[in-house]
Design a protein around this ligand. Structure first.
Ligand SMILES: [Zn+2]
Length: 106
């Protein structure tokens, strides 16, 4: 697996890693139940944020949430990296500015 010089994984590498580790089980579980698991993880992330849990717990829930999002994308054959790049080309997808200048989003 390729990594940047600073050891970071890019989105595409993370998604591939999750496919490698979980795709078979994700496929057995199916799209709907995988979606439910992703919502569960989002709930857990919300909880640790709201209770101001320790930094490592919050980071761990972010990791889980992103992992489940990758699983769902893998099942739907969505390339997250391409999807992000095609929608956000360094500017806001709506107002095409960076920083965003949309008036209705705080
Ligand atoms: Zn905008």
């Amino acid at each position: 697996m390729g990594r940047g010089s600073d050891g970071d994984l890019d989105t595409s590498e993370v998604q591939k890693m999750m496919r490698q580790i979980y795709y078979e089980r994700d496929r057995e579980r199916g799209i709907e139940r995988t979606m439910l698991r992703m919502f569960q993880e989002l709930g857990e992330l919300s909880e640790v944020i709201m209770e101001r849990a320790a930094r490592d717990k919050i980071e761990s829930e972010f990791a889980d949430t992103f992992a489940w999002l990758c699983s769902l994308a893998n099942l739907l054959e969505v390339d997250l990296s391409s999807a992000l790049l095609s929608k956000y080309q360094n500017v806001c997808s709506r107002c095409k500015s960076s920083p965003c200048r949309c008036i209705d989003t705080p």
